[in-house]
Design a protein around this ligand. Sequence first.
Ligand code: 6PG
Length: 247
Amino acid sequence: MTANGRPGPSPPGIVPIGPLIVTTGRALAATAAAWIIDAIAAAVAARGRCSIALSGGHTPREVYRRLAARPGDVRWDRIDVFFGDERCVAPDDPASNYRMATESLLSRVAIPSARIFRMPAERTDAADAAGEYAALLPDTLDVLLLGIGADGHTASLFPRSPALDEFERRVVPAESPAVPHERMTITPVVIESARSIAVIAAGAGKAEAVFQAREGSGDWHVTPAQLARRGTWIVDRDAASALRTRR
Ligand code: 6PG
């Protein structure tokens, strides 16, 4: 709820800034994988199962590979896998987040295929497909993995996107300034309600966006990753280089 009672994320001043883990570039993937393992274990211990939404892009690939390399540390039979966003391409397209996650993780661990909920962003009836996917999402995700773009976007919530003011629907079609332009994404309400959030970022190119997301005074329309401010930020030193506080 915003400060004046309108629906929407709380202004940055109200949202606590979450933990920050700064690593070397080489240690980032292993550190993020360890965080994910702990977050999954906590959810399974508390509720018997874990719903996790994976992020896309390039950064998570090595994280997922590290996760796949520790099969004994995760109860894959207790996990439901979702996606935070997807490009509007076929699932075997090189740009597909589903393909990236499948290659680096899901094809390498013993998770039943029925427990993997792919976001059907390639469907031409995008609004219906988004609504059907939203109906599959739990009311509260146990674990939400997010990345951040140099422009401050997260999932496929880009600066000034109409999806940033969507507080009814939980999944919507979206536009990206970068190719593939057509996307499907969770909306702010899904980020707001997630139990545990990790934002994983690497490289100096993300430093200003990481600063604006964690410490900037703007709002989420300019830096959508502010929506994940309360999460645990797992970043390398370059991505942390503009931060003023090292929590
Ligand atoms: C996507 C992601 C997106 C990603 C950021 C960072 O579909 O691209 O969901 O939000 O996390 O763009 O991407 P990189 O890890 O490739 O820098």
